[in-house]
Design a protein around this ligand. Structure first.
Ligand code: GLP
Length: 235
């Protein structure tokens, strides 16, 4: 595991974008595993800048996102599909048909989860999976529990995650209580993992990277992955 510390969010974003950009340069038809939340926004902006400078070509890239809220249509500004379109996909030359997220509007979330898991498997898993981390150590929406969920599955969000994510919604009541997320096994299938975290995640990062490997801290499973880079910012 490589742990890199940057002075601030901007430096973290530039560094993360360099690593993602390097993956795209090395393998123009790579599978990028992508994440939502505040942590990756700066990295996506930097990728867009690099694309605009002509340094990156996304025409052969396919993407799989970690998760999606249940009950939010793609047009809903709070859906993760909308987030990805707005922050990245609409600003680069990726083919929209090559960008995948679970369908939050699926009638049957169990079936949708199985479909998404099969899709990720058929793509051979991500070459590089970008991750943020929740304050309770969740990755994707794998919340603390008594086992590591293996495959993509529907999940009930914890109160702390609903609280944390409510800042992005107009009203707390609008935060969905359910989501579909890649499982910990799906995430661990990635060849390489890049975890980025702001200074407010320092404590949980320490617990996850240096504490006991336990499903009570889902990100602790990353200690068992062969190729993890973590970027933390100091301020
Ligand atoms: C959400 C996402 C996670 C993300 C987490 C942290 O719950 N499902 O994938 O890592 O938020 O987000 P932020 O980077 O905004 O702190």
């Amino acid at each position: 595991m490589r742990i890199l510390e940057t002075e601030n969010y901007e430096e973290m974003s530039v560094l993360a974008a360099r690593i993602i950009g390097a993956q795209v340069l090395l393998k123009p038809d790579c599978i990028l595993g992508l994440a939502t939340g505040s942590s990756p926004i700066g990295a996506y902006q930097e990728l867009v800048r690099n694309y605009q400078k002509g340094l990156l070509d996304f025409s052969g890239v396919r993407t799989v996102n970690l998760d999606e809220y249940c009950g939010l249509a793609p047009e809903n500004p709070n859906s993760y599909r909308h987030f990805m379109d707005e922050n990245l996909f609409d600003k680069i030359n990726i083919k929209k048909v090559n960008t995948f997220l679970p369908d939050g509007m699926a009638q049957n979330p169990e079936q949708e989860s199985a479909r998404y898991e099969a899709l990720v498997t058929s793509l051979g898993g991500a070459d590089l999976q970008l991750l943020g981390i929740g304050r309770n150590g969740h990755i994707g929406f794998n919340e603390p529990c008594d086992h590591f969920p293996k495959d993509t599955h529907p999940v009930a969000l914890t109160q702390s995650t609903i609280e944390a994510n409510s800042r992005l919604f107009e009203r707390k009541e609008d935060v969905p209580s359910k989501a579909i997320t890649m499982g910990v096994g799906t995430i661990m299938k990635a060849d390489k993992i890049l975890l980025i975290a702001g200074k407010e995640k320092k404590e949980i990062i320490e617990e996850a990277l240096f504490g006991k490997v336990t499903p009570q801290v889902p990100a602790s499973v990353l200690q068992l992955h062969k190729d993890v880079t973590v970027i933390i910012c100091k301020s």
